[in-house]
Design a protein around this ligand. Structure first.
Ligand code: ADP
Length: 478
């Protein structure tokens, strides 16, 4: 809450949500099965709907449908495949409001983020890869390109529709067919994507969607007739998947965790940097793989940065995600809320100082963590090493650029990094030495369908977005 109050501006909840959903297999929806899981609205703890849990049989049926559809989809001229992708993109735009509301109700993120980021970016990915569908031979000149086969795609809960788009769009553009498994807490918009596929007449079996939790995901990974696995999620599960896929000949891309550093030099434009830091860690409640969760501040400006962060955090509005004024919504699930609480406790126990300057109360029900930061953090502290996946920033200091590099790179992860400085040469040198898939200079969390994204080390391998993002879905000869 800020010093002044805004009138509440709630978005409508007039969207249709069925009591229970089945799977999309071979172009038809199955009846909701007996084995179900509830989807909770994390902002009020009410049950939104129930998703069916796919067992090995349903996963097999979906893979079978994808295999059958592959025969004709993979040989369809690229321009024809492209038309379907364009149609999906347009339909996402047409249904944008409904999708944004569902994303916010199901996942807890502020409506202004679902509306302005998740849904438009999802449409953009389909538009972008639609453009590649008939130009694949130009992407890899002089070489023969063909689809890989059936892709099993497993996605997390932080950007439910956007992660689906990141994975489905390049796969279909390249002529593969897909079995998608959304995250158990946020399957609603992925299922709407299935509806959209039907609305635009995508041939049956080209996109199949099965819901469920880890066991359903594992059944998909282990299925012998899947040619490629694409996974975004935790490093623990990613490592388990890498083990099961090893030696099977299946292709694999992994986009895993991060503990991304943000480095701010004394010569930086301080107010812009503070804004970038705030966006870098508090966007989507910190539920972002590339969240800038470790802040390295040049020692001489620690005090001014801490004070400005303190003040800026007081203006972040925490509360009802459906309110258009809300900046920071609900934590996605009780489980994740408990994980974050554990880190807050450990941080304090290990000797760091917690600053949680938010004013005002959070709602009585739901899962809330006001934006906060720790100072007095040592590199050995748990909060400096482990991914928290919440709105919690760890502030540390450095004296020289080489110390900043050493400390920033001292992590098993390597997804992203941010550098704030007025000096171009310093910025480029830092970017060169930081071991991260993406380095943002004087900005943060800037993503685009045309530019590749992905990690080093335990943050995974393979790229999504851009020309590089279609490569894992293609066989390129010659
Ligand atoms: P997060 O910590 O972000 O929830 P997870 O790695 O647990 O990440 O989950 C990401 C996705 O992976 C979800 O769709 C989840 O259901 C799925 N998943 C979880 N465990 C497994 C597993 N053993 N094999 C395949 N998929 C899994």
């Amino acid at each position: 809450m800020t010093d002044f109050d805004l009138v509440p501006a709630p978005e409508t909840t007039a969207v249709e949500i069925a009591d229970a959903y089945g799977h999309l297999i071979g172009g038809a929806w199955t009846s909701p099965s007996g084995n179900r899981m509830s989807s909770i609205n994390p902002a009020n703890e009410e049950v939104l709907t129930e998703f069916s849990v796919a067992g090995a049989d349903e996963v097999s049926a979906a893979v079978g449908a994808a295999r059958e559809a592959f025969k004709s989809w993979s040989v369809l001229p690229g321009r024809e495949r492209g038309k379907f992708l364009f149609a999906i993109a347009r339909r996402i735009q047409e249904r944008a409001r409904e999708l944004a509301i569902l994303e916010t109700m199901d996942g807890g993120k502020p409506i202004k983020e679902s509306r302005d980021v998740d849904i438009p970016e999802a449409a953009k990915h389909f538009f972008y890869y639609a453009g590649w569908a008939d130009k694949l031979r130009f992407a890899f000149p002089g070489r023969e390109v063909g689809a890989v086969g059936v892709a099993g795609q497993i996605i997390p809960w932080n950007f439910p529709l956007l992660m689906a788009a990141w994975k489905v769009a390049p796969a279909l553009a390249a002529g593969n067919t897909v079995v998608l498994k959304p995250a158990e807490t946020t399957s609603l918009t992925a299922l709407r994507l299935g509806e959209i596929a039907q609305e635009v007449g995508l041939p049956p079996g080209v996109l199949n969607i099965v819901t469920g939790a880890g066991e359903t995901g594992a059944a998909l990974v282990d299925h012998p007739d899947v040619d490629k696995i694409a996974f975004t999620g935790s490093t623990v599960v990613g490592k388990a998947i890498a083990k099961s896929v090893a030696g099977t000949g299946k292709r694999l891309t992994l986009e895993l965790g991060g503990k991304s550093p943000h480095i701010i030099f004394a010569d930086a434009a301080i107010d812009e940097a503070v804004e970038g830091i705030v966006q870098g860690i508090f966007f989507n409640q910190g539920h972002v793989c590339c969240a800038g969760s470790r802040l390295f501040v040049e020692e001489s400006i620690l005090e001014v940065i801490t004070e400005k962060l303190h003040r800026r955090i007081q203006t972040i509005r925490v509360g009802d995600p459906l309110d258009k004024n809300t900046d920071l919504g609900a934590i996605n699930s009780k489980e994740q809320w408990e994980i974050i609480q554990g880190f807050l406790k450990t941080g304090a126990e290990e000797g760091a100082t917690l600053h949680s300057p938010s004013k005002g109360e959070v709602p009585k029900r739901g899962y809330w963590v006001p934006p906060c930061f720790f100072t007095g953090v040592e590199p050995a502290h748990t909060i400096a090493r482990e991914e928290i996946f919440g709105p919690v920033l760890s502030v540390m200091t450095f004296r020289t650029p080489s110390e900043a590099i050493e400390r920033a790179n001292n992590t098993p992860y390597g997804l992203a990094a941010g550098v704030w400085t007025d000096k171009g040469a310093k910025a480029l040198e830092m970017a060169h030495q930081l071991k991260a898939g993406v380095v943002w200079l004087n900005s943060y969390n800037r993503l685009d369908a045309a530019s590749p994204f992905g990690g080093y080390k335990e943050s995974g391998f393979g790229r999504e977005g851009g020309r590089q993002g279609i490569l894992p879905y293609l066989k390129v000869d010659g």
